[in-house]
Write a protein that binds this ligand. Structure first.
Ligand code: PHE
Length: 462
């Protein structure tokens, strides 16, 4: 008979085949299974009629208080006869010698006809070769002995005496194979799948969690009807700052905030009209001397908004839903929430009746789709939007509200010089911040640590 067995069953059957009839403890030792596995395995085998469980009883004996006393000093009757070995003795003398043992010693010796009483004296009649019970007494001694090592007849001489023998009953379950069980072959058990069997862990290639987040965000935008626009990572200051109405003395344009491409200046930064109109917007509204050489300085883009504005300046759409996504760079001190190089997502909606309310509605929808619901809007400032808002989201791991997206409606000082006629809603923010929320991290650097343990443990779908 060949069947499919669980690994636990196999081990139990094999062990019982070698040694039928084993206690639970013994099976545990021979199979190296846990008590719980043994119990389960036996239950399965019992239901299949392959094994039976028998209650067994094991009796053991040890000496009680009086037994120990006799083991150490001799049986009372033996001590009595010993006292009489040199001739008869007075009862009073014997009583004094044996104390409370005198009575029982006398009774037994008389019954066995070992002594004689003559008025107030007692004399020895016969000295027995062996004293009943003595063998058992010496056998047990200070130990505990199993029933089957005890001479039943000899033991009787002790068992009637008070506190001589203490009996202990150990109940035990013994497992044995039935005849069907004995003829069962376990080694050939192939052909079915053991769904509980352990398999080696395999770490196959997977996309990085941050890449998963980027893909997810891209998908959300596409399903919301947005098209992707792309731009260069290196940009002239003109598109990264000037076109966005950021004055040339703005602190963001300083070395400690922005990475400049060392001594590289853009020859062509825009059309003459764009340059003229942008510069006059600066002069008129900020009241300073606008320097074209400052605008020519090449930078690593500090935000994706430069991609947005360049696209809008080229297309001048009356209606648009676009997004851009990519790496941006900031000369900042690296910390748990800041990297010098990170990813941004930026969304743009252009439309005749686009309002701030629409912008907030889109934000809520976007966050909901990504699984973030605890958000609030906060007024803030950007040189290129009015009004400007910021979304704050609650990071459970940090137990803090963190800034996520900046947003607003592009100022006329931005749109007019570039010929953009309709209201532009725009918002943008760090993707790593979103991923931190998704993966419950409290340090953004974890995405770039190449910590294989963490990368492997991150679930693919949240
Ligand atoms: N560019 C801003 C940032 O880097 C975000 C933003 C985008 C703000 C669009 C307003 C409009 O944080």
């Amino acid at each position: 008979m060949s069947k499919v067995f669980h690994e636990i069953e196999k081990k139990i059957i094999q062990s019982l085949k070698e040694n039928n009839k084993q206690t639970l403890e013994k099976l545990g030792e021979s199979t190296k299974l846990s008590p719980d596995q043994i119990r389960r395995g036996i239950e399965w085998l019992r239901l299949k009629d392959l094994a039976v469980v028998n209650q067994s009883q094991k009796r053991t004996f040890r000496l009680g208080k009086n037994g120990i006393e006799s083991f150490q000093n001799g049986l009372p009757e033996k001590r009595l006869l010993k006292l009489l070995s040199n001739g008869p003795k007075k009862i009073s003398e014997l009583q004094q010698e044996l104390g409370s043992l005198f009575g029982p010693a006398m009774g037994l010796s008389k019954k066995n006809d070992w002594i004689e009483t003559l008025s107030d004296k007692i004399s020895l009649k016969t000295l027995p070769a062996v004293f009943p019970g003595e063998k058992t007494l010496n056998h047990i001694g200070m130990e505990e002995k199993p029933e089957d090592t005890i001479d039943e007849k000899d033991c009787l001489a002790l068992s009637k005496r008070p506190d001589f023998l203490i009996e202990n009953i150990i109940k035990n379950k013994e497992i044995s194979l039935t005849d069907i069980g004995k003829s069962t072959k376990v080694s050939e058990s192939t052909g079915a799948i053991d769904v509980e069997a352990k398999v080696p862990e395999l770490f196959v290639a997977r996309t990085h969690p941050l890449k998963d987040t980027i893909d997810e965000i891209r998908e959300i935008f596409v399903t919301l009807g947005f098209s992707e626009i792309i731009g260069n990572m290196s940009q002239s200051s003109f598109w990264n700052f000037d076109a966005l109405f950021t004055p040339q003395d703005h602190p963001a344009r300083e070395l400690q905030d922005t990475f400049f491409l060392d001594s590289i200046s853009a020859k062509k930064i825009g059309t003459p009209e764009q340059i003229r109109k942008v510069s006059s917007s600066h002069k008129k509204n900020w009241h300073y001397h606008w320097d074209i050489n400052e605008a020519r300085k090449m930078v690593l883009r500090t935000h994706t908004t430069c991609v947005t504005i360049k696209h809008l300046a080229e297309q001048k759409p009356d209606e648009a839903r676009v997004f851009s996504l990519g790496r941006v760079f900031r000369n900042e001190k690296v910390s748990y929430k800041h990297l010098v190089e990170f990813n941004q997502i930026e969304g743009v909606v252009v439309g005749k009746n686009a309002t701030l309310r629409d912008l907030m509605g889109i934000q809520r929808e976007f966050y909901k789709r990504i699984g973030i619901t605890k958000i609030k809007f906060w007024p803030t400032f950007f040189p290129y939007t009015e009004p400007s808002l910021q979304t704050m989201v609650y990071n459970e791991k940090l137990d803090k509200w963190v800034e996520l997206f900046g947003m607003g409606i592009f100022r006329p000082e931005v749109t007019k010089p570039l010929g953009i006629k309709k209201p532009v809603l725009a918002w943008g923010g760090g993707i790593e911040r979103i991923a931190m929320l998704k993966y419950n991290l409290n340090d953004v650097r974890e995405f770039y640590n190449n910590n294989l343990g963490w990368l492997r443990s991150v679930t693919k779908c949240q």
